[in-house]
Write a protein that binds this ligand. Sequence first.
Ligand SMILES: Cc1cc2nc3c(=O)[nH]c(=O)nc-3n(C[C@H](O)[C@H](O)[C@H](O)COP(=O)(O)O)c2cc1C
Length: 451
Amino acid sequence: MKHASPQPGSMQSGSEPVMGPTDLFFSTTDRRGVIRQGNSVFARVSGYPLEHLLDAPHNIVRHPEMPAGAFRLMWDYLEADRTVATYVCNLTADGGQYWVCAVVSPLDDGFLSVRVAPMTTGLTLVREVYDEALAIERDATTGGKNRRQVAEIGRAAIVAALQRRGFADYDAFMQAALVGERTTRQSLTLTAHQRPDATGEVARILDGTREVALVLEDLVRSLTTYQKLSAELAKATEGTLALTQQMAASVTAAQQASASVADRAPVLANVAAVMSAPMTAAVDDLRDLSQTFQRLHHSINDMRFQIALAATYTDMASGFAAEAWDGRAPLESLSAVPLLVDVADACVTDMAHQVRQVNSDLHAVSALVRASIDQLEEFRRMIGRWRQLTLRHAATALADQVEPVDAAVARTWLSTERLVQLSQRSTDAILPFDDAALHRHLASMRVNVAG
Ligand SMILES: Cc1cc2nc3c(=O)[nH]c(=O)nc-3n(C[C@H](O)[C@H](O)[C@H](O)COP(=O)(O)O)c2cc1C
Protein backbone atom coordinates (compact mmCIF):
# COMPACT_ATOMS: atom_id res chain seq x y z
CA MET A 1 0.00 0.00 0.00
CA LYS A 2 1.34 3.37 -0.99
CA HIS A 3 1.90 6.32 1.25
CA ALA A 4 -1.04 8.73 1.06
CA SER A 5 -2.43 11.72 2.84
CA PRO A 6 -5.85 10.83 4.19
CA GLN A 7 -8.53 11.88 1.68
CA PRO A 8 -11.82 13.32 2.88
CA GLY A 9 -14.53 10.72 2.43
CA SER A 10 -18.13 10.15 3.20
CA MET A 11 -17.60 9.64 6.92
CA GLN A 12 -17.34 13.34 7.56
CA SER A 13 -19.10 14.89 10.50
CA GLY A 14 -17.46 17.36 12.89
CA SER A 15 -13.86 18.46 13.12
CA GLU A 16 -10.83 16.17 12.65
CA PRO A 17 -8.64 16.24 15.75
CA VAL A 18 -4.94 16.73 15.17
CA MET A 19 -3.19 13.37 15.09
CA GLY A 20 0.52 13.13 14.40
CA PRO A 21 2.17 10.17 12.64
CA THR A 22 3.88 9.28 15.91
CA ASP A 23 0.72 9.40 18.04
CA LEU A 24 -0.10 5.96 19.38
CA PHE A 25 -3.36 5.14 21.13
CA PHE A 26 -3.50 2.47 23.75
CA SER A 27 -6.37 0.74 25.48
CA THR A 28 -7.15 -2.53 27.16
CA THR A 29 -10.59 -3.96 27.74
CA ASP A 30 -12.21 -6.88 29.53
CA ARG A 31 -13.65 -9.79 27.51
CA ARG A 32 -16.75 -7.73 26.64
CA GLY A 33 -14.91 -4.64 25.42
CA VAL A 34 -15.26 -2.49 28.56
CA ILE A 35 -12.25 -0.15 28.75
CA ARG A 36 -9.85 -0.82 31.61
CA GLN A 37 -6.80 1.23 30.64
CA GLY A 38 -6.07 3.98 28.16
CA ASN A 39 -3.31 6.46 27.45
CA SER A 40 -3.10 10.22 27.14
CA VAL A 41 -3.25 10.14 23.32
CA PHE A 42 -6.54 8.24 23.43
CA ALA A 43 -7.95 10.80 25.88
CA ARG A 44 -6.63 13.83 23.94
CA VAL A 45 -7.79 12.72 20.50
CA SER A 46 -11.17 11.31 21.58
CA GLY A 47 -11.85 14.45 23.58
CA TYR A 48 -12.86 12.53 26.73
CA PRO A 49 -10.98 12.75 30.03
CA LEU A 50 -9.32 9.38 30.71
CA GLU A 51 -11.53 8.86 33.82
CA HIS A 52 -14.56 9.12 31.54
CA LEU A 53 -13.22 6.43 29.20
CA LEU A 54 -12.32 3.95 31.95
CA ASP A 55 -15.15 1.46 32.64
CA ALA A 56 -17.01 2.68 29.54
CA PRO A 57 -17.77 0.21 26.73
CA HIS A 58 -15.38 0.72 23.79
CA ASN A 59 -18.32 1.63 21.57
CA ILE A 60 -18.28 4.99 23.36
CA VAL A 61 -16.20 6.14 20.37
CA ARG A 62 -18.25 4.26 17.76
CA HIS A 63 -18.99 6.25 14.63
CA PRO A 64 -22.55 5.73 13.31
CA GLU A 65 -21.27 5.36 9.74
CA MET A 66 -18.89 2.51 10.52
CA PRO A 67 -20.41 -0.68 9.08
CA ALA A 68 -21.35 -3.19 11.78
CA GLY A 69 -19.65 -5.84 9.62
CA ALA A 70 -16.23 -4.33 10.39
CA PHE A 71 -16.76 -4.93 14.11
CA ARG A 72 -18.25 -8.39 13.45
CA LEU A 73 -14.99 -9.25 11.63
CA MET A 74 -12.94 -7.83 14.50
CA TRP A 75 -14.79 -9.85 17.13
CA ASP A 76 -14.64 -13.04 14.99
CA TYR A 77 -10.84 -12.88 15.16
CA LEU A 78 -10.79 -12.04 18.87
CA GLU A 79 -13.23 -14.82 19.73
CA ALA A 80 -10.95 -17.22 17.81
CA ASP A 81 -8.07 -15.97 20.02
CA ARG A 82 -6.40 -14.26 17.07
CA THR A 83 -4.94 -10.79 16.55
CA VAL A 84 -6.75 -8.54 14.12
CA ALA A 85 -5.93 -5.30 12.31
CA THR A 86 -8.82 -3.02 11.31
CA TYR A 87 -9.22 0.50 10.00
CA VAL A 88 -11.76 2.26 12.20
CA CYS A 89 -13.35 5.70 12.08
CA ASN A 90 -14.10 6.95 15.58
CA LEU A 91 -16.28 9.70 16.95
CA THR A 92 -14.88 12.35 19.30
CA ALA A 93 -16.72 13.79 22.30
CA ASP A 94 -17.64 16.92 20.30
CA GLY A 95 -18.97 15.03 17.27
CA GLY A 96 -15.69 15.13 15.29
CA GLN A 97 -14.03 12.04 13.84
CA TYR A 98 -10.65 10.43 13.40
CA TRP A 99 -9.46 7.38 11.51
CA VAL A 100 -7.10 4.83 13.02
CA CYS A 101 -5.48 1.61 11.97
CA ALA A 102 -6.13 -0.50 15.06
CA VAL A 103 -4.46 -3.74 16.05
CA VAL A 104 -6.24 -5.73 18.72
CA SER A 105 -4.79 -8.80 20.44
CA PRO A 106 -6.21 -11.20 22.98
CA LEU A 107 -4.83 -11.15 26.54
CA ASP A 108 -5.53 -13.79 29.21
CA ASP A 109 -8.56 -11.92 30.52
CA GLY A 110 -9.39 -9.34 27.89
CA PHE A 111 -7.95 -7.48 24.92
CA LEU A 112 -5.28 -4.94 24.15
CA SER A 113 -5.31 -2.44 21.33
CA VAL A 114 -2.78 -0.05 19.85
CA ARG A 115 -3.90 2.39 17.16
CA VAL A 116 -1.93 4.52 14.75
CA ALA A 117 -2.95 7.28 12.34
CA PRO A 118 -3.31 5.71 8.86
CA MET A 119 -0.66 6.91 6.40
CA THR A 120 -1.23 4.70 3.36
CA THR A 121 -3.69 4.15 0.51
CA GLY A 122 -5.07 1.27 2.59
CA LEU A 123 -7.34 3.89 4.14
CA THR A 124 -8.61 5.16 0.76
CA LEU A 125 -9.41 1.60 -0.23
CA VAL A 126 -11.13 0.73 3.03
CA ARG A 127 -13.32 3.85 2.90
CA GLU A 128 -14.76 2.70 -0.43
CA VAL A 129 -15.22 -0.81 0.94
CA TYR A 130 -16.97 0.43 4.11
CA ASP A 131 -19.23 2.73 2.09
CA GLU A 132 -20.33 -0.22 -0.05
CA ALA A 133 -20.88 -2.39 3.03
CA LEU A 134 -22.79 0.34 4.85
CA ALA A 135 -25.20 0.77 1.91
CA ILE A 136 -25.83 -3.00 1.89
CA GLU A 137 -26.33 -3.01 5.67
CA ARG A 138 -28.86 -0.14 5.43
CA ASP A 139 -30.84 -2.07 2.80
CA ALA A 140 -30.77 -5.12 5.06
CA THR A 141 -32.05 -3.07 8.01
CA THR A 142 -34.84 -1.60 5.85
CA GLY A 143 -35.61 -5.15 4.72
CA GLY A 144 -36.30 -6.13 8.35
CA LYS A 145 -33.07 -7.96 9.31
CA ASN A 146 -32.06 -7.85 12.96
CA ARG A 147 -28.77 -6.31 14.24
CA ARG A 148 -26.93 -9.60 14.26
CA GLN A 149 -28.03 -10.49 10.74
CA VAL A 150 -27.10 -7.01 9.50
CA ALA A 151 -23.59 -7.34 10.98
CA GLU A 152 -23.16 -10.72 9.28
CA ILE A 153 -24.37 -9.35 5.95
CA GLY A 154 -21.95 -6.41 6.38
CA ARG A 155 -19.05 -8.74 7.14
CA ALA A 156 -19.72 -10.75 3.95
CA ALA A 157 -20.01 -7.48 1.98
CA ILE A 158 -16.63 -6.27 3.28
CA VAL A 159 -14.88 -9.53 2.43
CA ALA A 160 -16.49 -9.64 -1.04
CA ALA A 161 -15.50 -6.01 -1.74
CA LEU A 162 -11.90 -6.76 -0.69
CA GLN A 163 -11.85 -9.85 -2.91
CA ARG A 164 -13.02 -7.75 -5.85
CA ARG A 165 -9.97 -5.58 -5.16
CA GLY A 166 -7.61 -8.55 -5.38
CA PHE A 167 -7.28 -9.75 -1.76
CA ALA A 168 -7.77 -13.48 -1.23
CA ASP A 169 -9.51 -12.89 2.11
CA TYR A 170 -9.58 -10.54 5.11
CA ASP A 171 -6.29 -12.01 6.41
CA ALA A 172 -4.52 -11.02 3.21
CA PHE A 173 -5.93 -7.49 3.41
CA MET A 174 -5.11 -6.85 7.06
CA GLN A 175 -1.59 -8.22 6.63
CA ALA A 176 -0.90 -5.98 3.64
CA ALA A 177 -2.49 -3.00 5.41
CA LEU A 178 -0.49 -3.24 8.63
CA VAL A 179 2.78 -4.02 6.85
CA GLY A 180 2.13 -1.01 4.58
CA GLU A 181 1.45 1.29 7.54
CA ARG A 182 4.54 0.02 9.28
CA THR A 183 6.81 0.33 6.25
CA THR A 184 5.65 3.91 5.68
CA ARG A 185 6.11 4.88 9.31
CA GLN A 186 9.47 3.03 9.65
CA SER A 187 11.46 4.18 12.67
CA LEU A 188 9.64 7.54 12.92
CA THR A 189 7.95 6.64 16.20
CA LEU A 190 10.98 5.07 17.77
CA THR A 191 13.10 8.11 16.91
CA ALA A 192 10.46 10.46 18.32
CA HIS A 193 10.46 8.50 21.58
CA GLN A 194 14.21 8.51 22.14
CA ARG A 195 15.28 10.22 25.38
CA PRO A 196 19.10 9.99 25.43
CA ASP A 197 19.36 11.26 29.01
CA ALA A 198 16.76 8.80 30.36
CA THR A 199 17.72 6.52 33.25
CA GLY A 200 16.21 3.65 35.25
CA GLU A 201 13.06 1.89 34.05
CA VAL A 202 12.50 4.36 31.22
CA ALA A 203 16.02 3.78 29.84
CA ARG A 204 15.53 -0.01 30.06
CA ILE A 205 12.33 0.16 28.03
CA LEU A 206 13.85 2.45 25.41
CA ASP A 207 17.05 0.35 25.12
CA GLY A 208 15.01 -2.85 24.78
CA THR A 209 12.79 -1.30 22.11
CA ARG A 210 15.83 -0.22 20.11
CA GLU A 211 17.41 -3.69 20.29
CA VAL A 212 14.17 -5.36 19.23
CA ALA A 213 13.84 -2.90 16.32
CA LEU A 214 17.36 -3.76 15.09
CA VAL A 215 16.69 -7.52 15.05
CA LEU A 216 13.33 -6.99 13.33
CA GLU A 217 14.86 -4.69 10.69
CA ASP A 218 17.44 -7.38 9.89
CA LEU A 219 14.72 -9.95 9.56
CA VAL A 220 12.69 -7.72 7.25
CA ARG A 221 15.77 -7.27 5.05
CA SER A 222 16.34 -11.04 4.78
CA LEU A 223 12.65 -11.59 4.15
CA THR A 224 12.57 -9.02 1.36
CA THR A 225 15.45 -10.77 -0.43
CA TYR A 226 13.77 -14.09 0.12
CA GLN A 227 10.39 -12.82 -1.03
CA LYS A 228 11.94 -11.75 -4.36
CA LEU A 229 13.70 -15.08 -4.85
CA SER A 230 10.59 -17.06 -4.03
CA ALA A 231 8.49 -14.93 -6.44
CA GLU A 232 11.04 -15.54 -9.23
CA LEU A 233 11.09 -19.27 -8.46
CA ALA A 234 7.30 -19.43 -8.45
CA LYS A 235 7.25 -17.72 -11.85
CA ALA A 236 9.93 -20.04 -13.29
CA THR A 237 8.02 -23.06 -11.95
CA GLU A 238 4.74 -21.87 -13.50
CA GLY A 239 6.57 -21.27 -16.80
CA THR A 240 8.15 -24.73 -16.83
CA LEU A 241 4.86 -26.33 -15.83
CA ALA A 242 2.96 -24.55 -18.63
CA LEU A 243 5.58 -25.54 -21.23
CA THR A 244 5.65 -29.13 -20.01
CA GLN A 245 1.88 -29.32 -20.22
CA GLN A 246 1.94 -27.81 -23.74
CA MET A 247 4.54 -30.42 -24.71
CA ALA A 248 2.06 -33.16 -23.75
CA ALA A 249 -0.06 -32.43 -26.85
CA SER A 250 2.81 -33.04 -29.32
CA VAL A 251 3.95 -36.10 -27.34
CA THR A 252 0.44 -37.61 -27.45
CA ALA A 253 0.27 -37.02 -31.22
CA ALA A 254 3.69 -38.67 -31.61
CA GLN A 255 2.57 -41.64 -29.49
CA GLN A 256 -0.57 -42.14 -31.58
CA ALA A 257 1.35 -41.96 -34.85
CA SER A 258 3.93 -44.44 -33.48
CA ALA A 259 1.18 -46.85 -32.43
CA SER A 260 -0.13 -46.81 -35.98
CA VAL A 261 3.15 -48.29 -37.23
CA ALA A 262 3.36 -50.91 -34.43
CA ASP A 263 3.19 -53.87 -36.86
CA ARG A 264 6.21 -52.56 -38.82
CA ALA A 265 8.16 -51.08 -35.92
CA PRO A 266 7.12 -52.69 -32.62
CA VAL A 267 10.14 -51.36 -30.68
CA LEU A 268 9.33 -47.81 -31.76
CA ALA A 269 5.71 -48.22 -30.66
CA ASN A 270 6.82 -49.66 -27.30
CA VAL A 271 9.22 -46.79 -26.58
CA ALA A 272 6.56 -44.26 -27.61
CA ALA A 273 4.01 -45.88 -25.31
CA VAL A 274 6.15 -45.37 -22.18
CA MET A 275 8.05 -42.18 -23.05
CA SER A 276 5.50 -39.80 -21.52
CA ALA A 277 5.69 -41.39 -18.01
CA PRO A 278 8.66 -39.31 -16.76
CA MET A 279 7.05 -36.17 -18.20
CA THR A 280 3.86 -36.87 -16.22
CA ALA A 281 5.96 -37.44 -13.08
CA ALA A 282 7.73 -34.09 -13.68
CA VAL A 283 4.35 -32.34 -13.97
CA ASP A 284 3.35 -33.80 -10.58
CA ASP A 285 6.61 -32.56 -8.99
CA LEU A 286 6.17 -29.11 -10.53
CA ARG A 287 2.63 -28.94 -9.14
CA ASP A 288 3.99 -29.83 -5.68
CA LEU A 289 6.54 -27.05 -6.12
CA SER A 290 3.81 -24.56 -6.96
CA GLN A 291 1.98 -25.52 -3.78
CA THR A 292 5.18 -25.10 -1.77
CA PHE A 293 5.50 -21.56 -3.14
CA GLN A 294 1.94 -20.77 -2.17
CA ARG A 295 2.69 -21.96 1.37
CA LEU A 296 5.90 -19.92 1.41
CA HIS A 297 4.09 -16.83 0.21
CA HIS A 298 1.62 -17.32 3.04
CA SER A 299 4.32 -17.86 5.69
CA ILE A 300 6.28 -14.81 4.56
CA ASN A 301 3.22 -12.56 4.62
CA ASP A 302 2.30 -13.85 8.03
CA MET A 303 5.82 -13.22 9.28
CA ARG A 304 5.86 -9.70 7.94
CA PHE A 305 2.53 -9.13 9.73
CA GLN A 306 3.91 -10.47 13.01
CA ILE A 307 7.01 -8.28 12.63
CA ALA A 308 4.87 -5.18 12.00
CA LEU A 309 2.75 -6.12 14.99
CA ALA A 310 5.69 -6.69 17.35
CA ALA A 311 7.19 -3.37 16.20
CA THR A 312 3.88 -1.55 16.81
CA TYR A 313 3.63 -2.99 20.33
CA THR A 314 7.24 -2.18 21.25
CA ASP A 315 6.82 1.33 19.77
CA MET A 316 3.85 1.73 22.10
CA ALA A 317 6.05 0.65 25.02
CA SER A 318 8.57 3.32 24.04
CA GLY A 319 5.67 5.82 23.87
CA PHE A 320 4.79 5.07 27.51
CA ALA A 321 8.46 5.42 28.47
CA ALA A 322 8.84 8.79 26.70
CA GLU A 323 5.64 10.17 28.27
CA ALA A 324 6.68 9.07 31.74
CA TRP A 325 10.16 10.58 31.29
CA ASP A 326 8.69 13.89 30.10
CA GLY A 327 6.31 13.92 33.07
CA ARG A 328 3.28 13.91 30.75
CA ALA A 329 2.06 10.68 32.33
CA PRO A 330 2.56 9.22 35.82
CA LEU A 331 5.28 6.61 36.28
CA GLU A 332 2.54 4.06 37.08
CA SER A 333 1.44 4.20 33.44
CA LEU A 334 4.52 2.05 32.75
CA SER A 335 2.53 -0.84 34.26
CA ALA A 336 1.04 -1.26 30.76
CA VAL A 337 4.47 -2.15 29.33
CA PRO A 338 4.58 -5.80 30.53
CA LEU A 339 1.26 -6.39 28.74
CA LEU A 340 2.80 -5.02 25.53
CA VAL A 341 5.83 -7.24 26.09
CA ASP A 342 3.48 -10.24 26.45
CA VAL A 343 1.79 -9.61 23.11
CA ALA A 344 5.09 -8.84 21.35
CA ASP A 345 6.52 -12.07 22.84
CA ALA A 346 3.61 -14.03 21.35
CA CYS A 347 4.44 -12.50 17.95
CA VAL A 348 8.07 -13.68 18.27
CA THR A 349 6.94 -17.21 19.13
CA ASP A 350 4.74 -17.17 16.05
CA MET A 351 7.61 -15.80 13.91
CA ALA A 352 9.93 -18.58 15.11
CA HIS A 353 7.34 -21.13 14.03
CA GLN A 354 7.02 -19.48 10.60
CA VAL A 355 10.83 -19.31 10.19
CA ARG A 356 11.02 -23.09 10.77
CA GLN A 357 8.29 -23.60 8.18
CA VAL A 358 10.01 -21.28 5.67
CA ASN A 359 13.40 -22.95 6.13
CA SER A 360 12.01 -26.45 5.73
CA ASP A 361 10.10 -25.35 2.63
CA LEU A 362 13.35 -23.90 1.26
CA HIS A 363 14.95 -27.31 1.56
CA ALA A 364 11.94 -28.92 -0.06
CA VAL A 365 12.23 -26.51 -3.01
CA SER A 366 15.70 -27.60 -4.08
CA ALA A 367 14.82 -31.29 -3.64
CA LEU A 368 11.62 -30.92 -5.68
CA VAL A 369 13.38 -28.97 -8.42
CA ARG A 370 16.03 -31.69 -8.58
CA ALA A 371 13.37 -34.43 -8.76
CA SER A 372 11.43 -32.71 -11.54
CA ILE A 373 14.61 -32.00 -13.52
CA ASP A 374 15.69 -35.66 -13.18
CA GLN A 375 12.33 -36.72 -14.59
CA LEU A 376 12.61 -34.24 -17.46
CA GLU A 377 16.15 -35.47 -18.24
CA GLU A 378 14.89 -39.02 -18.32
CA PHE A 379 12.08 -37.90 -20.63
CA ARG A 380 14.60 -36.18 -22.92
CA ARG A 381 16.66 -39.39 -23.14
CA MET A 382 13.54 -41.35 -24.10
CA ILE A 383 12.60 -38.76 -26.70
CA GLY A 384 16.14 -39.08 -28.15
CA ARG A 385 15.71 -42.84 -28.40
CA TRP A 386 12.25 -42.45 -29.96
CA ARG A 387 13.67 -40.01 -32.55
CA GLN A 388 16.43 -42.44 -33.53
CA LEU A 389 13.94 -45.29 -33.92
CA THR A 390 11.60 -43.04 -35.89
CA LEU A 391 14.35 -42.03 -38.32
CA ARG A 392 15.35 -45.66 -38.76
CA HIS A 393 11.90 -47.30 -39.04
CA ALA A 394 9.26 -44.74 -39.90
CA ALA A 395 10.95 -41.59 -41.16
CA THR A 396 8.27 -40.88 -43.75
CA ALA A 397 5.21 -41.95 -41.78
CA LEU A 398 6.24 -39.89 -38.71
CA ALA A 399 7.88 -36.99 -40.59
CA ASP A 400 5.40 -34.45 -39.14
CA GLN A 401 5.81 -35.63 -35.53
CA VAL A 402 9.52 -35.16 -34.87
CA GLU A 403 9.87 -31.41 -35.33
CA PRO A 404 7.05 -30.30 -32.92
CA VAL A 405 8.34 -32.67 -30.21
CA ASP A 406 11.92 -31.44 -30.64
CA ALA A 407 10.81 -27.80 -30.51
CA ALA A 408 8.71 -28.37 -27.37
CA VAL A 409 11.57 -30.18 -25.62
CA ALA A 410 14.00 -27.36 -26.46
CA ARG A 411 11.62 -24.68 -25.11
CA THR A 412 11.09 -26.58 -21.87
CA TRP A 413 14.80 -27.13 -21.50
CA LEU A 414 15.59 -23.41 -21.50
CA SER A 415 12.99 -22.83 -18.84
CA THR A 416 14.30 -25.64 -16.59
CA GLU A 417 17.80 -24.18 -16.70
CA ARG A 418 16.48 -20.96 -15.17
CA LEU A 419 14.66 -22.98 -12.51
CA VAL A 420 17.83 -24.85 -11.57
CA GLN A 421 19.86 -21.64 -11.29
CA LEU A 422 17.27 -20.06 -9.01
CA SER A 423 16.88 -23.14 -6.83
CA GLN A 424 20.63 -23.23 -6.25
CA ARG A 425 20.28 -19.77 -4.70
CA SER A 426 17.43 -20.98 -2.47
CA THR A 427 19.68 -23.34 -0.50
CA ASP A 428 21.90 -20.37 0.46
CA ALA A 429 18.90 -18.31 1.51
CA ILE A 430 18.09 -20.04 4.79
CA LEU A 431 16.59 -17.41 7.07
CA PRO A 432 18.67 -16.58 10.10
CA PHE A 433 16.50 -15.80 13.11
CA ASP A 434 17.65 -15.38 16.68
CA ASP A 435 14.33 -15.66 18.51
CA ALA A 436 16.15 -16.22 21.82
CA ALA A 437 17.77 -12.76 21.47
CA LEU A 438 14.40 -11.19 20.77
CA HIS A 439 12.80 -12.87 23.79
CA ARG A 440 15.76 -11.68 25.88
CA HIS A 441 15.48 -8.06 24.71
CA LEU A 442 11.76 -8.14 25.35
CA ALA A 443 12.29 -9.61 28.83
CA SER A 444 14.66 -6.73 29.62
CA MET A 445 11.72 -4.36 29.06
CA ARG A 446 9.56 -6.01 31.73
CA VAL A 447 9.76 -3.21 34.24
CA ASN A 448 8.14 -3.63 37.60
CA VAL A 449 5.92 -0.67 38.40
CA ALA A 450 2.80 -0.79 40.56
CA GLY A 451 -0.23 -0.08 38.35
C1 LIG B 1 -9.53 -3.70 22.58
C2 LIG B 1 -10.69 -3.20 21.78
C3 LIG B 1 -10.59 -1.97 21.13
C4 LIG B 1 -11.66 -1.48 20.39
N1 LIG B 1 -11.54 -0.27 19.78
C5 LIG B 1 -12.61 0.28 19.17
C6 LIG B 1 -12.55 1.58 18.60
O1 LIG B 1 -11.53 2.25 18.60
N2 LIG B 1 -13.68 2.07 18.02
C7 LIG B 1 -14.85 1.38 17.98
O2 LIG B 1 -15.85 1.90 17.45
N3 LIG B 1 -14.93 0.13 18.48
C8 LIG B 1 -13.85 -0.41 19.08
N4 LIG B 1 -13.94 -1.69 19.59
C9 LIG B 1 -15.16 -2.48 19.35
C10 LIG B 1 -16.30 -2.12 20.29
O3 LIG B 1 -16.18 -2.92 21.45
C11 LIG B 1 -17.66 -2.39 19.63
O4 LIG B 1 -17.73 -3.72 19.21
C12 LIG B 1 -17.91 -1.49 18.41
O5 LIG B 1 -17.75 -0.14 18.76
C13 LIG B 1 -19.32 -1.70 17.85
O6 LIG B 1 -20.26 -1.39 18.80
P1 LIG B 1 -21.80 -1.75 18.64
O7 LIG B 1 -21.87 -3.22 18.43
O8 LIG B 1 -22.43 -1.32 19.93
O9 LIG B 1 -22.32 -1.02 17.45
C14 LIG B 1 -12.87 -2.21 20.33
C15 LIG B 1 -12.95 -3.46 20.96
C16 LIG B 1 -11.87 -3.95 21.67
C17 LIG B 1 -11.99 -5.30 22.34
